[in-house]
Design a protein around this ligand. Structure first.
Ligand code: FMN
Ligand code: SF4
Length: 523
């Protein structure tokens, strides 16, 4: 009997949502009825989301991609001889040669979509654990120094240098310290955390274990939003398997060091992604922002020194340790070093995940990768960095994606999500939505955000109604934004003005007002 042919059918949520399970089942049935032995691996997604369900067939030449595959396509694919890479209308040739993938620089996502996410052997064979092994040979200060030298900054939004945060926790004496992974991923148009957790969970566990060694923490929590059941299930299974294999627990890799962790599920509030609300929630309380100081690094979870980092920040650590800080730092520009998984969403032909070094432009992402608008109409505005990010107009699409360059134009890169809109977008509605979102999601602790956002919706409604005092209402809206910017306790109230003011400044015609020379605001 012939050796079975391996086919990869993603079990990522994006693929499941378009019927990947039914495709896998159809492949199994067709193969059995034709007497053709196949082995189906449920991998993560390659991030070419418009091609899901993307099925790959392992051939001697490499993995050949077919997509988007529906269950009814499967008989025809067998007829076309796809088990040997046969040609078909849904065929895209060798997966690695697809320009969308080939033109990326995948460091953090190197294994995602390639391996079986839960296979310990796959993980090791594809370079896994090399970072942890090296960290186990270093002292804590050495690990912190390496992460600092890599230039890694927090990928959750604020871009704070990871090494500096870790050093604060390391230098704060305590009987217990914690590593908390922020997997609340509430930003609009973002899914990198989810894809990573579903497609390569061990890299996150490895990153957290290294963080534990670096700061002297022996326990960790991954706080995952409840909307991610697949990620939660994969993580829980991965933790169990890693424990059984001795990668986690009392004696990590037989080296006598301790680190263990568990998954906690959030209850669906955007504000619980803010690190201090997240800690409140982890402690079993309502998610309300804590005033700082003290920083979580000094007094965090249960009052103990705590590293709170985003999924992508922590998952970037193993490759930094494995290949060295200099290798990582060589990617990127200025003080934005390394790579970022950009997430293309909204009105684009080719939505998906693009991991690239900082420094490319929005125009390249929108057109070279995204293929322009899905509607065929001209693109007009792109919201970058989630619901608190600015609407970036075409005149700024050639600015390099770099934290400082974006801050200079009162925009932010944040978690790397971008949502594209064509020329049918009404920017007054977008501005209203920003205020409405803030009103709904506000934790209520401070007045500028709690009351200001509701007043903001009302003012924008008056502008939209087009009364005679429109200019006066716009003035009022700018005043209100100033108050929220400078008077809010956290970035929810403090950054909601970014989308509102960017809509006003860059698209004044939608508000029925004349363009103004708006002063640049500090990020
Ligand atoms: C309203 C609000 C929501 C946030 N949501 C998230 C989130 O979903 N995920 C995340 O990693 N960081 C989020 N952050 C940022 C966190 O407060 C914190 O900066 C981050 O978890 C630190 O990790 P990093 O340094 O690795 O980015 C949010 C911040 C605010 C103000
Ligand atoms: S800005 Fe809003 S979310 Fe943040 S502390 Fe104030 S009320 Fe809470």
């Amino acid at each position: 009997m012939n050796a079975p042919v391996t086919l990869y059918v993603p079990r990522d949520t994006a693929a499941l949502a378009v019927g990947a399970d039914a495709v896998a089942e159809a492949i199994g049935q067709q193969a059995a009825s034709r007497g053709l032995p196949v082995r189906i691996v449920r991998n993560g997604s390659r991030g070419l989301l418009w091609l899901e369900t993307l099925v790959e067939v392992a051939t001697p030449q490499g993995r050949v991609a077919y997509g988007p595959v529906q269950p009814e396509d499967v008989p025809g694919l067998f007829e076309a001889g796809w088990l040997t890479g046969g040609e078909h209308a849904l065929g895209h040739g060798l997966t690695e040669e697809i320009p969308y993938l080939k033109n990326q620089e995948r460091l953090t996502f190197a294994r995602v979509g390639v391996t079986d996410p839960l296979s310990l052997d796959d993980y090791r064979e594809h370079g896994g654990l090399a970072g942890l092994q090296r960290a186990l040979d270093m002292d804590a200060a050495g690990i912190v120094a390496e992460v600092t030298a890599s230039g890694l900054r927090g990928r959750g939004g604020a871009a704070f240098p990871a090494g500096i945060k870790w050093k604060t926790v390391l230098d704060t004496p305590a009987d217990q310290k914690y590593i908390v992974c922020n997997a609340d991923e509430g930003d609009s148009g973002t899914y990198a955390d989810r894809m990573l957790m579903e497609g390569d969970p061990y890299v996150l566990l490895e990153g957290m274990a290294i963080a534990g060694l670096a700061v002297g923490a022996t326990y960790g929590y991954i706080y995952v939003r409840s909307e991610y059941p697949q990620a939660i299930a994969v993580l829980r299974e991965a933790i169990e398997r890693a424990r059984q294999a001795g990668w986690l627990g009392q004696d990590m890799l037989g080296r006598g060091r301790r680190f263990d962790l568990e998954v906690r599920v959030g209850a669906g509030a955007y504000i619980c992604g803010e690190e201090t609300s997240l800690l409140e929630s982890l402690e079993g309380k309502r998610g309300v922002v804590r005033a700082k100081p003290p920083l979580p690094a000094v007094a965090g979870l249960f009052g103990k020194p705590t590293v709170v980092n985003n999924v992508i920040t922590l998952a970037s650590v193993p490759v930094i340790l494995a290949r060295g800080a200099a290798h990582y730092r060589d990617f990127g520009v200025g003080r934005s070093q390394g790579t970022l998984p950009f997430q293309l969403a909204g009105n684009l032909r080719r939505g998906g995940l693009v991991e690239k070094a900082f420094g490319l432009t929005l125009r390249e992402l929108l057109y070279d990768f995204g293929g322009g608008s899905a509607s065929g109409r001209p693109l007009r505005a792109v919201q970058v960095g989630g619901p608190l990010g600015a609407y970036v107009p075409e005149s700024q699409w050639d600015i390099p994606l770099d934290y400082e360059a974006y801050a200079k134009v009162s925009a932010m890169i944040g978690h790397g999500g971008l949502v594209a809109f064509d020329d049918t977008v009404d920017m007054t509605r977008m501005a209203r939505f920003a205020m409405e979102f803030c009103a709904v999601e506000s934790c209520g602790k401070c007045t500028p955000c709690r009351i200001g956002s509701t007043r903001g919706v009302e003012v924008i409604d008056r502008i939209r109604a087009g009364g005679a005092d429109r200019e006066k209402q716009v003035h009022l809206l700018r005043d209100l934004c100033d108050t929220m910017l400078s008077g809010s306790l956290c970035a929810l109230g403090g950054m909601t003005p970014f989308p509102v003011l960017s809509a006003l400044d860059h698209f004044p015609e939608d508000f029925g007002i004349q363009p103004t020379e708006a002063p640049a605001r500090a990020a």
